[in-house]
Write a protein that binds this ligand. Structure first.
Ligand SMILES: CCCCC/C=C/C(=O)SCCNC(=O)CCNC(=O)[C@H](O)C(C)(C)COP(=O)(O)OP(=O)(O)OC[C@H]1O[C@@H](n2cnc3c(N)ncnc32)[C@H](O)[C@@H]1OP(=O)(O)O
Ligand SMILES: NC(=O)C1=CN([C@@H]2O[C@H](COP(=O)(O)OP(=O)(O)OC[C@H]3O[C@@H](n4cnc5c(N)ncnc54)[C@H](OP(=O)(O)O)[C@@H]3O)[C@@H](O)[C@H]2O)C=CC1
Length: 278
């Protein structure tokens, strides 16, 4: 679909690049010639993904980093820049779970806001500052959600965090445009991953997420990885401050949380208790 070498000589950091959609993007970017840095909290997950990519000849480094920690983010970026500047940052790491919002503790809200909003902001500001100081062009791609358009009941901290990162994307597109830094975003619909399924699809939710999709199926990881490849490439060099929705039309019929309005307090209690046991 793309010319070979579309991303040659691009050095790309993917937060949460060891699993799920982050790993899918890593594989596609590597096929297109990029060199990669993958970060996340679990060293073994990062290693496994990196080894698979290296076995196909790709240049992949891994750094254990919790993006909730601003000092850890700065240390990671220093380590990366000691070798060479990044060209692209992908803000992909995030967290969510379903819960009745009025029952969220402050710790629970922060467990979502910290990686999803603060983590993306720390990485973006750190990369941007280095690009501006070094007069280096850059691209920030953030993986968001259609909750930025519809809002979403029962995952309110995630909807708030994603909306804030969209605001950052639009605002910095203007502020950093003259510095040749582009900011773009993708709002995926349902792209099943182990992480998303564990957090969002417990027993008791209506069965098949594809049922709600006008196009009749969930997204394929390669579809998201291809859109991401385009948006970070020079082919999209005149696009900035935009979020592309990739959801098979789903958000046009609702936010996707409507089935949870029918859950009883007993069901919510059982869900919370089940989580405590697991
Ligand atoms: C089409 C839909 C699109 C939606 C858009 C977004 C999608 C995604 O983001 S999918 C990606 C999902 N992946 C992840 O979430 C991976 C990262 N996840 C994590 O790091 C963790 O799972 C976690 C941070 C979300 C929760 O980790 P856990 O170890 O359970 O957290 P803590 O023990 O530190 O607890 C903190 C705090 O949060 C409360 N809590 C946790 N789970 C729930 C829950 N299901 N319901 C209510 N409250 C919960 C927990 O009780 C703690 O609060 P306190 O009890 O007050 O201490
Ligand atoms: N899958 C889907 O249907 C949808 C996904 N999205 C978005 O796509 C992105 C990827 O989601 P998905 O692949 O499903 O999620 P996963 O849970 O599979 O992956 C999340 C990744 O982020 C990493 N991560 C989580 N917290 C931190 C942290 N504090 N510091 C560093 N890394 C962290 C995890 O690694 P580790 O645990 O080792 O730190 C993991 O590799 C997210 O932004 C999500 O909100 C949006 C809409 C739908």
């Amino acid at each position: 679909m793309f010319e070979a070498g579309l991303l040659a000589n691009r050095r790309i950091l993917i937060t949460g690049g060891g699993s799920g959609l982050g790993a899918a993007m890593a594989a596609r970017f590597a096929e297109l010639g990029a060199s990669l840095v993958l970060c996340g909290r679990r060293a073994e997950v990062l290693q496994e993904t990196a080894e698979q990519l290296r076995s196909h000849g790709s240049q992949v480094d891994t750094i254990v980093c919790d993006v909730r920690d601003p000092q850890a983010v700065e240390a990671m970026l220093d380590e990366i820049w000691r070798v060479a500047p990044l060209d692209v940052l992908v803000n992909n790491a995030a967290a969510t779970f379903i819960a009745q919002t009025e029952r969220l503790s402050a710790r629970a809200a922060d467990a979502i806001l910290a990686p999803t909003l603060h983590g993306a902001m720390y990485c973006t500001l750190g990369a941007g500052r280095r690009w501006i100081d070094g007069e280096h062009a850059g691209v920030v791609l953030s993986i968001l959600s259609t909750s930025t358009i519809t809002g979403r009941a029962f995952t309110v901290p995630s909807a708030m965090a994603k909306s804030a990162v969209l605001a950052m994307t639009k605002s910095l597109a203007v502020e950093w445009g003259p510095k040749q830094i582009r900011l773009v975003a993708i709002a995926p619909g349902a792209f099943p991953t182990a992480g998303a399924t564990a957090q969002l699809r417990p027993d008791g939710r209506s069965a098949d997420p594809a049922d709600r999709v006008p196009l009749g199926r969930v997204g394929r990881h390669d579809e998201l990885a291809n859109l991401a490849s385009f948006l970070i490439s020079d082919q999209a060099g005149y696009i900035t401050g935009e979020m592309v929705v990739q959801d098979g039309g789903t958000h046009l019929r609702g936010s996707g949380a409507e089935d949870l309005l029918r859950w009883s307090d007993q069901q919510w209690s059982a869900h919370r208790a089940g989580r405590a046991k697991s």
